[in-house]
Design a protein around this ligand. Structure first.
Ligand SMILES: [Cu+2]
Length: 208
């Protein structure tokens, strides 16, 4: 009993130190485990000679949820959304069919999916469709110069994806709280440890 009372502050200090280390290390791993878009078909900023039948996005981790939790919208140059039906989710891949008569021009793909760690991630990219005109009177060279590919680059850079930044901020804020907690626990651990040492030294002094 006396022994337990003497060593309990040391044990508390040791457990507090372990808890502090756990608090520092633990929140860092889920924050860095966010999945990302690995590849897409069509690729970002690509120029296509035919309108795609679907948008296929491949992520670095398995997607959670069904078509309701994960969404892909495709916006035509007119501003009209041309995605057709719900997306199909299979492991790391989500496929979103597109209406067949989407036409030419700069399209914007906006996606929002549930990462394998349960957090939503989102992003946006563009692609350009330059299908040859049906009329044979138009020269192919004219078509290329008539639709500058700069438009799609401007659109991609002008509308940065805000969602991932918000997620990073959230992660940073959470890390901040855990960091403060960890420092408090660490300080408490040091105080308890030093206190225990001083008490032991004082007792030894009494005995000598
Ligand atoms: Cu996450």
């Amino acid at each position: 009993m006396d022994l337990a009372r003497r060593f309990s502050p040391v044990l508390v200090a040791v457990f507090a130190f372990i808890a502090a280390v756990a608090l520092i290390v633990a929140p860092a791993s889920p924050a860095s485990a966010h999945d990302a878009l690995a590849t897409s078909d069509p690729a970002a900023d690509s120029v296509l000679e035919a309108a795609p039948e679907a948008i296929t996005l491949t992520f670095t981790g398995e997607l959670l949820g069904d078509g309701g939790a994960n969404a892909v919208t495709v916006t035509a140059p007119s501003g009209q959304q041309v995605q057709s039906g719900a997306p199909l989710v299979e492991g790391t891949v989500i496929t979103q069919p597109i209406a067949p008569d989407a036409g030419n021009g700069a399209f914007t793909v906006t996606w929002r999916v549930v990462s394998s760690d349960g957090h939503p991630i989102s992003g946006e990219f563009g692609y350009l469709v330059e299908a040859p005109a049906v009329e044979p009177s138009v020269a192919p060279e004219e078509q290329v110069t008539a639709t500058p590919s700069d438009a799609i680059v401007d659109e991609a850079s002008a509308t940065p994806s805000e969602e991932p930044e918000a997620g990073e901020q959230e992660g940073g804020f959470r890390l901040g709280i855990f960091g403060i907690l960890a420092v408090i626990v660490l300080v408490a651990a040091i105080v308890a440890f030093v206190g225990a040492l001083l008490r032991r030294r004082a007792r030894r002094g009494e005995q000598d």
